[in-house]
Design a protein around this ligand. Structure first.
Ligand code: ATP
Ligand code: MG
Length: 399
C-alpha cells in the first residue's frame, strides 16, 4: 500500500463525500510504485472544475479550460483535473477541444504511457486498465493503445518517451519504439520551446546510457541534424562525460556542445530559443573550455573579474571532466583561497572609484575607464595594494 500525504487524502475524501470520484494519477502513482518520491501529486476527479472549487477554500484556475484547477493546502499546490477526453488532434499537437467525462477509464485512455495511466484510491487500491503495473515492474515504456496513433496525436510524446527512459532507466517496448522511429519527423510540428524543455530535462536525467535513444531513433536528426551527427560520433565519450557532471543545465549543455565553436553554439542555442542568460553562460564556457586555467592568484583574480565567479567555478568542473590532466585541483584551491581571503576582484570592490580619480585631475571619459582597469590589474597582482592612498599614488604615476 501507498502512504499518501494527509493533504492528498483530505482532497480525495472531500471530493468523495461530495459524491464525486477522485484518484491520484500519473507520475505520482508511477513514482510511488517505484518507491521514489513524487515531485507533485496530481488528482483526477469526476467533479467539474466549478464543483471542485466550491469544496476548497483556497484554489486558483490553472488551466480551467482543460479542467485543471489548483488546490492549495498548507502552502502546497495540488492539481485537480476533471476526467476528460481529448477531441481530434490537429497538427500533431493540439486537441481540437476537450470534453469532460464521468468515466475514469476514458480519462486514463488519453494518457501517454501505461506507467502514467494508473489511478490509485486509498480504499479501492490501484485501477490499472492497461497493465501499467507490469510494465513498471519490468521497466518498460509502452504507449497506451496503438503507439503510432498516440505519437501522431501528440508528437511531443516521442521526446517524453526518450526522456522517461533516461529518467527512470526503462526500456522502450518494441512496438512503441518502432512507432517512434517511424513517426520521428512529426517532431517538427512541436514548438521549439517545448522541445527545448524536454531536452533540458533529458540531459539532467540519471540514466545517461538511455540518452542515445534520442539520436539512435532518428528523432534528433529531425530536430537538429548537425547535433545528431556529432553526438552519434562521440556517443561513448559524451556519456562518460555526462556521468561525471553535476546535474546542472548550463554545464550539461556545454558538455553536449563541447565540440561546437562559440559561433556554432550561439546559432544552435538561438534556434532552440534559449534565454539570453543561459546562452551567454554556455558560450563563455565554450570559449574558455580549452584554455589552461591559472593556478596562481594573480592571473586567476583577473580571470574571475573578466568571466565571473560562477563561470570560473564551472570551468574548473568542466576541466576536471574533459581535461583530466589539467591542474584543476590547484586552480580550485587557489579559487577557494581567493574567496576566503575576500580579495578584491571587480571595479566595485576597488578602494578608489572614478569620482576620486577625477578629483586628482583625471579627465572624465575613456582615459578614466582605462586607468581604473590598470589599477584593478595592479590590485589583482597583489590584493594588499587595495588601499586608497596606494592607488591614488599609482594613478598619478600612470598619468
Ligand atoms: P514527471 O513529472 O516525473 O516528469 P509525469 O508523469 O508526472 O512525470 P507530467 O508531465 O507531470 O508527467 O504529466 C502528468 C501526467 O499527465 C502524465 O503522467 C500523463 O498521464 C499525462 N500526460 C502528460 N503529458 C501528456 C501527453 N503529452 N500526452 C498524454 N498524456 C500526458
Ligand atoms: Mg508530474
Amino acid at each position: 500500500s501507498v502512504a499518501l500525504p494527509q493533504d492528498v487524502l483530505y482532497i480525495i475524501k472531500t471530493l468523495n463525500q461530495a459524491g464525486h470520484q477522485a484518484y491520484i494519477v500519473g507520475g505520482c502513482v508511477r513514482d510511488t510504485i517505484l518507491h521514489t518520491q513524487p515531485k507533485d501529486w496530481d488528482i483526477t476527479t469526476s467533479a467539474k472544475p466549478e464543483e471542485t472549487k466550491k469544496l476548497f477554500s483556497h484554489t486558483f484556475d490553472t488551466g480551467i479550460q482543460h479542467g485543471t484547477i489548483t488546490v492549495v493546502l498548507n502552502h502546497t499546490n495540488y492539481e485537480v483535473t476533471t476526467y476528460r477526453i481529448e477531441g481530434e488532434y490537429e497538427d500533431c499537437r493540439h486537441p481540437s477541444g476537450v470534453t469532460f467525462t464521468n468515466n475514469l477509464q476514458e480519462d486514463l485512455l488519453r494518457r501517454d504511457f501505461t506507467m502514467n495511466a494508473i489511478a490509485y484510491h486509498p480504499e479501492e487500491g490501484y485501477l490499472d486498465f492497461f497493465h501499467g503495473m507490469e510494465d513498471i515492474q519490468s521497466k518498460t515504456i509502452r504507449g497506451v493503445g496503438a503507439p503510432a496513433l498516440r505519437f501522431q496525436e501528440d508528437a511531443l510524446r516521442m521526446l517524453r518517451c526518450v526522456r522517461f527512459a533516461a529518467q527512470l532507466g526503462f526500456d522502450v517496448e518494441e512496438e512503441t519504439y518502432q512507432a517512434l522511429c517511424e513517426n520521428r519527423e512529426l517532431i517538427k510540428k512541436i514548438s521549439v520551446e517545448r522541445i527545448h524543455d524536454e531536452m533540458d530535462k533529458l540531459w539532467l536525467c540519471h540514466h545517461e546510457d538511455k540518452m542515445p535513444l534520442l539520436w539512435q531513433s532518428g528523432l534528433l536528426t529531425e530536430i537538429d541534424e548537425q547535433l545528431a551527427n556529432r553526438l552519434m560520433q562521440r556517443e561513448h565519450g559524451l556519456l562518460e562525460d555526462l556521468k561525471k557532471a553535476p546535474k546542472e543545465s548550463v554545464l550539461r549543455w556545454t558538455i553536449v556542445l563541447q565540440d561546437y565553436s562559440p559561433q556554432e553554439a550561439k546559432a544552435f542555442l538561438k534556434k532552440l530559443k534559449f534565454d539570453n542568460d543561459s546562452l551567454k553562460r554556455i558560450c563563455i564556457l565554450l570559449e574558455n573550455i580549452n584554455q589552461a586555467l591559472p593556478t596562481l592568484g594573480y592571473p586567476l583574480r583577473g580571470l574571475i573579474s573578466k568571466l565571473g565567479l560562477e563561470a570560473v567555478s564551472q570551468l574548473i568542473i568542466l576541466q576536471e571532466i574533459l581535461r583530466p590532466t589539467a591542474p584543476s585541483l590547484q586552480t580550485a584551491q587557489c579559487l577557494d583561497k581567493i574567496i576566503a581571503d575576500g580579495d578584491c576582484l571587480t571595479l566595485k570592490e576597488l578602494a578608489v572609484d572614478g569620482q576620486m580619480l577625477m578629483e586628482i585631475g583625471v579627465p572624465k571619459g575613456k582615459e578614466l575607464g582605462k586607468l581604473l582597469s590598470l589599477l584593478l590589474d595592479f590590485v589583482h597582482q597583489n590584493p594588499e595594494r587595495n588601499q586608497k592612498n596606494i592607488l591614488l599614488e599609482k594613478a598619478r604615476e600612470f598619468m
